[in-house]
Design a protein around this ligand. Sequence first.
Ligand code: TYM
Length: 330
Amino acid sequence: METVVSGIRSTGNLHLGNYFGAMKNFLRMQEEYNCFFFIADYHSLTTHPDPENLKGHVRQVLAEYLACGLNPEKCTLYIQSDVPEVAELYLLLNMNAYLGELERATTFKEKARKHPDNINAGLLTYPVLMAADILLHKAAKVPVGKDQEQHLEMTRQFGNRFNRMYRVDYFPEPVAFNFGGQLVKVPGLDGSGKMGKSEGEGNAVFLFDTDEAIRKKVMRAVSDSGPTEPDSPKSEAIQNLFTLMSLVSDAETLKSFEEAYNHCTIRYGDMKKQLAEDMIRFVRPLRERIADTLQNEKLLGEVMKTGREKARESAAKTVKEVRELMGIRY
Ligand code: TYM
């Protein structure tokens, strides 16, 4: 059975981008593959070092994983920092990751631009840690959104380089994966780019948002002054609203707003109201399950413990073999 690895950073609550870019595939993959899904708390330290936040966020994301339907009996569910083997593999892979390629990574350049006062080495070597996460279990498939494509390319680079250096065929080539074919990019509500936790206030709709918060954010979403002639092309902001609608609304609703747009009869206020209600319909049961799961300390503790044990077993085997291949066997 093919192995699957993926993770989500613990920098805050999950949003619809995480859900449709990653979680939706996790849920299907756990039925068919040998899956390892983790919470990337080491990665979150590159930008969010606050100890209290870290603790709360890790528990929150774990509750969200479970509430979305990840089943610890079907997949291995763990916290990245519970598996110290990943830190050792990261260290070993760092020895053949080059400064030039790390500096060229789009996410590094973006983060360095956004946080000029905290360009730490963890941020630079972020893709090496991500490669370690994936190679640790020798994954073949990695369900991620479009924004992670470059990191996957780098993971293949590091794995292949290792194979060449030690003249082995050890690490398989992991591919970014989406059941729907193309990798997904869920847009945000601010008229450009993607939905993200670290984008501006109001850009992301979170699975734990209240109905009121969702209504407010959607009603404030960026739009434009409306189509002036039939079948005119859509601005980016309007295309984003349609894309979001295609994720949460039924086909009939989407079609009727498409037609209204093409006939220039669309009222964005009506479209946003509908979009907000459809998002609420989607999010509400998840939010309720998240709240229940968060109360269940015992369950969260047990899931972490079982996950840690299963993940470490697989990780220890890889690290042992890698050490041997590299000559660390005195
Ligand atoms: P992160 O925490 O930013 O996002 C987690 C997952 O959600 C996807 N995603 C999106 N997909 C579509 N549209 C969006 N707007 C959107 N926003 C987020 C991401 O593509 C990702 O799949 N580096 C990773 C975490 C990570 C990881 C790994 C992933 C660490 N190690 C190993 C896979 C394998 C990250 O920051 O994702």
